[in-house]
Design a protein around this ligand. Sequence first.
Ligand SMILES: Cc1ncc(COP(=O)(O)O)c(C=O)c1O
Length: 376
Amino acid sequence: MTATVEPFRAMAIGQLAHALAAQGRSIIHMEYGQPSTSAPAAAIAKAHQVLDTEAQGYWESAPLKERIVQHYAETQGATIAPDQVILTCGASPALLLALTSAFAPGARIACARPGYVAYRNSLAALHMVCVEVPCGAAERYQLTAAALAALDPAPDGVILASPANPTGTIIAPDDLAAIVDVCRARGIRIISDEIYHGLSYTGPTVSVAALDPTALIVNSFSKYFSMPGWRLGWLIAPRDLVDAAYARMSNLLLTPPVLAQHAGLIAFDCADELDGHIATYAANRAAMLAALPALGLAKIAPPDGAFYIWADIAHLTNDSMDFCTRLLQDTGVATAPGVDFDPVDGHRFMRFSFAVSTPEVEDAIARMIPWFAAQR
Ligand SMILES: Cc1ncc(COP(=O)(O)O)c(C=O)c1O
């Protein structure tokens, strides 16, 4: 029997936003979880050059794998071998490689609720079971060692995300180490989705690669590197799963675009430009946090990283899809309804993405303040 996979409902908001824009409405896109900036200029220049000079065949860039290895050595003190790096078309296929390499159909995988919509839906498509662990404001919407220790029976695996989507919260280094300890003791295999690494406002992001050589690490050029449409990411496979993951990549997915691989290698050396984006996000985050009281939104977990704010809107609605649709229609500000990220409590939450320009965030706040006041 085929699995039922739920739609990503924020897509409907995005489609409505584009339809309104086509009618001439001014739209601010805070529904998408993606940078509004383009790839680094030097990466784009490299792609232009490569397009004119190289055949675009199936290819795995050895220099890019070496650069990723160097990145873990320099930033995390972690030793990874180049053959453990499997290049993919983004974090999404890397997640599928990780799940299918480490687990069989029927496997039980713990995920935080709220969490990224594709965890639940990918697990369903692969006939695996998502063990949703409700994570509230007290835990800053993150899994804890205690919550994983309490699961009975122990799940086969867990997906960690820090910084997380939709909340932006980060698991503190000590708490992450405690989670790794519990997982080791209980035989729970970790998949760590580190796609928002590099986007932190509170300190460096610790990779599970530095703590657990049996974990599978997922990452991508879609967020920090500002290259979502280039479709490039990677999986770090633990030694015992390298062959399994490589076999799946070469049968199910094949290699990412040549252009993207060349450009991605250059992007590693574009920190000045990319850190400029972080400065913009930091200003946007500060503007949004300062505006929350005026919006009447008191219940949030301040985001440590990524570019999201997850807000409790229970005092305003119990239908976040309707709420976000009306907000968009009335003000032109597009946001994501919480139901995508939390099927149980998400009807009374919404997610703002502040990966737009600072003037757009300021404009959105000005439009939203009277609208939110009218809802109360
Ligand atoms: C937590 C998380 N993981 C994975 C992805 C997928 O990213 P991509 O396939 O573009 O690398 C996203 C996209 O928003 C995400 O938020």
